[in-house]
Design a protein around this ligand. Sequence first.
Ligand SMILES: C[C@@](CO)(OP(=O)(O)O)[C@H](O)COP(=O)(O)OP(=O)(O)OC[C@H]1O[C@@H](n2ccc(N)nc2=O)[C@H](O)[C@@H]1O
Ligand SMILES: Nc1ncnc2c1ncn2[C@@H]1O[C@H](COP(=O)(O)OP(=O)(O)O)[C@@H](O)[C@H]1O
Length: 283
Amino acid sequence: MPAIRLTLPAPAKLNLMLHILGRRADGYHQLQTLFQFLDYGDELSFALREDGGIHLHSEIAGVPHDSNLIVRAARQLQQQSGCQLGADIWLNKRLPMGGGIGGGSSDAATTLLGLNHLWDLGWDGNRLAAVGLGLGADVPVFVHGHAAFAEGVGECLTPVELTEPWFLVAVPQVSVSTAEIFSDPELTRDTPAITLSAVLERGGRNDCQSVVEKRYPEVRNALILLNKFVSVRLTGTGGCVFGSFPNKAEADKVAAQLPASLPGFVAKGSNISMLHRKLQSLS
Ligand SMILES: C[C@@](CO)(OP(=O)(O)O)[C@H](O)COP(=O)(O)OP(=O)(O)OC[C@H]1O[C@@H](n2ccc(N)nc2=O)[C@H](O)[C@@H]1O
Ligand SMILES: Nc1ncnc2c1ncn2[C@@H]1O[C@H](COP(=O)(O)OP(=O)(O)O)[C@@H](O)[C@H]1O
């Protein structure tokens, strides 16, 4: 009998605002950012292996098997839990890489939650998020699966209830390295801390935007183009930019105006990630 496959989504995220407050001695930046998920993402399938092997059967160009965050997450969980089981894993990659929509981090979080289920570990969210933080600052929010105001380096999460608009996400054809943006001397690093209620009332901005615009003319052009239709902003360290709409029809109308050189997608914002909705339906 073929092994049963567990198929789970790995949603994208948006940073609705991102302020940089300072830099720690280890080079990591102190942030304040508001995360919301999109009902759009990658898809992963998992099948149990009795021999302890971790095998990802889908290649991503430029990412060696053992460096893929999916494989790294699986091996970390295996090591830290002492589990003798392994997994075959398949990835259907839809999210652009280096877009600031968290594809790699989300794949890692889906792997942690998927294998926790498949291996019957019974670990809670906090324990899985701690493993995730070792893989990347963005992994914990995907593990917890609730829209959140993040502080610290992104790991101090306060769950929030936000309106769930439709978003148009435009994808300039560039891959932005997060480390490159965070090491730019011109990056704003002294934004004063604000309270969550001030963020919810007045919003905020993305402190990475001007540096990314300067380094990537494709991102600047996308912002200029879309700003004619809707107020747009960079997510994370980019290069994706997004605008929000009260309904899908209005988002689709603007999406139809995008030139062939600037692909994009329309997706609904969600406060509970589609990964967690799927896991709830399994239990
Ligand atoms: C900026 C954000 C906002 O959500 O997202 P992206 O644009 O990458 O999606 C994140 O904080 C990114 O999180 P993530 O992509 O997991 O970052 P990591 O792998 O931990 O770090 C990549 C590099 O970014 C820098 N970095 C990251 C996070 C942080 N708070 N300060 C930093 O200085 C470090 O130089 C690090 O080497
Ligand atoms: N499963 C994965 N999916 C995407 N990127 C991955 C993955 N594993 C490792 N990476 C590496 O992480 C980098 C950042 O990926 P990604 O999370 O998509 O970008 P961002 O942090 O800008 O949202 C990629 O350029 C790639 O080198």
